[in-house]
Design a protein around this ligand. Structure first.
Ligand SMILES: NC(=O)c1ccc[n+]([C@@H]2O[C@H](COP(=O)([O-])OP(=O)(O)OC[C@H]3O[C@@H](n4cnc5c(N)ncnc54)[C@H](O)[C@@H]3O)[C@@H](O)[C@H]2O)c1
Ligand SMILES: O=P(O)(O)OC[C@H](O)CO
Length: 346
C-alpha cells in the first residue's frame, strides 16, 4: 500500500506538534508555515524555536512556505491556524485541494462578525470537500503531546467514515483518538472552555481559592452546555473530552495560554500588554466577544461570559465582576437541565 500523506497548515505550537504526531505515525508529512525562515528551521534544524523551544522534531518532518507544495497529492490536510485566519487559509487552499483529500481542523473559536463555527467556514470555502470535513478537539496541550505524554482527543464529523479515517491516521500509543458524531458540540465546547479558563486565571491571580475555581468550572460548564444546546449540540457531548475534559485541562494547566492571560490580567495589565507578553494566540479573548453575541442571538444566559466581557472590554474591575456574579438572583442549580430546555436560569 502507498505511504499515506498529510499536509499541516499552520506552523505554531499545535500545528507543529500535530505534524510531528503524523510523522511519528509514518506518514509523509509537509508542514506549511507562512514564514520562510520558520519553514527552513523546521526542515534543516528539526526545531521550531519560537513556539516549541528546546524540542527536537522528528527528522522526516519537512516544512515549506509554499501551500501548493505542501498540499499537492496529500490524503489529509489538517488546518491548525487561529480561528480568525481560518477563512483566509481555506480560501487559499480551495484551488489546490485534491478531490478525495480529507480536511480536518483543530482551531477553537468562532469567526468574529459572522459568529460561525470553523467547520461551517470550511464548508463555505471548500464546498467540494463539504462531506470530508472533521474537527479535532479535546484536552491536548501541545507541550505535553510532543513529550508523548498520554493524551486523548476526539475527531468529530457528520460523516462517520471521515471521522474513522482521520482517527486511523492520528491514533498511536500516546495519542488516543475517539470518533464523535456531534460536530456542533465538539466545536462549541472546545471554543467556550477558553472563556472559563481566562476566568480561572483571573480567579487564581486574585487569590481566590479552589472553591472559586471549582465553581467557575462547574457553572462554566453549565453555560457552555446551555449555549451549545441552543445551537444544536447534544448535551452529553459536554460531559466528554471536548467538554468537561478540555475545560478541566485549560482551567488547571500551567501550559494554558488562556489561563496565563487571565492571570496576567489579574495583575492589572491591559489587554494589549497581555497579548504582547503572550506572543501566541489566546483564543478566549475573541471567543468572549463572539459568545456574548451568540448568547444574545440565542437568548441564553451566560453570566460568567458577560462578566468576563465587562472585565476585558468595558474596564470593569475583576473583583467587582466576582461580586456581581455572587450577588445574582437566587436560582436552582439543575432546573434548566432537568427541564431539558435552554430557558432563562443561570
Ligand atoms: N497550542 C495548543 O496546545 C493547542 C491545542 C489544541 C488546540 N489549539 C488550537 O489550535 C489553534 C492554533 O493554536 P496554536 O497554539 O498553534 O497557536 P500559535 O499562536 O502557537 O500559532 C499560530 C500559528 O498560526 C499562524 N498563522 C496565523 N494566521 C495565519 C494565516 N493567516 N496564515 C497562515 N498562518 C497563520 C501563525 O503564524 C502561527 O504560526 C488555535 O485555535 C488553538 O486554540 C491549540
Ligand atoms: O493553551 P490554551 O489555553 O490555548 O489551550 C490549548 C488547548 O485548547 C487545550 O486543550
Amino acid at each position: 500500500m502507498a505511504k499515506r500523506s498529510a499536509a499541516v497548515l499552520g506552523g505554531g505550537s499545535w500545528g507543529t506538534v500535530l505534524a510531528s504526531v503524523l510523522a511519528d505515525n509514518g506518514l509523509d508529512v509537509t508542514l506549511w508555515a507562512r514564514r520562510k525562515e520558520l519553514a527552513e528551521e523546521i526542515t534543516r534544524d528539526h526545531c521550531n524555536s519560537r513556539y516549541l523551544p528546546d524540542v527536537r522534531l522528528p527528522e522526516p518532518l519537512r516544512a515549506t512556505d509554499s501551500m501548493e507544495e505542501a498540499v499537492t497529492g496529500k490524503d489529509l490536510v489538517l488546518v491548525v491556524v487561529p480561528s480568525q485566519s481560518m477563512r483566509e487559509v481555506a480560501r487559499d487552499l480551495a484551488p489546490r485541494l485534491g478531490k478525495d483529500t480529507l480536511v480536518l481542523h483543530a482551531a477553537k473559536g468562532f469567526e468574529l462578525g459572522s459568529l460561525k463555527r470553523m467547520s461551517v467556514v470550511l464548508e463555505e470555502e471548500l464546498p467540494m470537500a463539504a462531506e470530508r470535513i472533521a474537527v479535532l478537539s479535546g484536552p491536548s496541550h501541545a507541550e505535553e503531546v510532543i513529550r508523548k505524554s498520554p493524551t486523548t482527543v476526539v475527531v468529530a464529523s457528520n460523516h462517520p467514515s471521515v471521522a474513522e479515517e482521520a482517527q486511523g491516521l492520528l491514533i498511536n500509543s500516546y495519542l488516543r483518538v475517539y470518533t464523535h458524531p456531534d460536530v456542533i458540540g465538539a466545536e462549541v465546547g472546545g471554543s467556550l472552555k477558553n472563556i472559563i479558563a481566562l476566568g480561572a486565571g483571573l480567579s487564581d491571580g486574585l487569590g481566590f481559592g479552589d472553591n472559586a475555581k471549582a465553581a467557575l468550572i462547574t457553572r462554566g460548564l453549565a453555560e457552555m452546555a446551555r449555549l451549545g444546546m441552543a445551537m444544536g449540540a447534544k448535551p452529553i457531548t459536554f460531559a466528554g473530552l471536548s467538554g468537561v475534559g478540555d475545560l478541566v485541562v485549560t482551567c488547571t494547566s500551567r501550559h494554558s495560554r488562556n489561563w496565563r492571560a487571565g492571570n496576567l490580567l489579574s495583575r492589572g495589565l491591559g489587554l494589549e500588554e497581555v497579548l504582547q507578553r503572550m506572543g501566541m494566540v489566546v483564543e478566549g479573548i475573541k471567543t468572549t466577544q463572539a459568545a456574548r453575541e451568540l448568547a444574545g442571538r440565542y437568548q441564553v444566559e451566560m453570566p460568567i461570559t458577560q462578566e468576563l466581557h465587562a472585565v476585558l472590554f468595558e474596564g470593569k474591575p475583576p473583583r467587582k465582576a466576582v461580586e456581581d456574579l455572587m450577588a445574582r438572583g437566587k436560582t436552582d442549580e439543575m432546573e434548566e437541565m432537568l427541564r431539558g430546555s435552554s430557558g432563562p436560569t443561570a
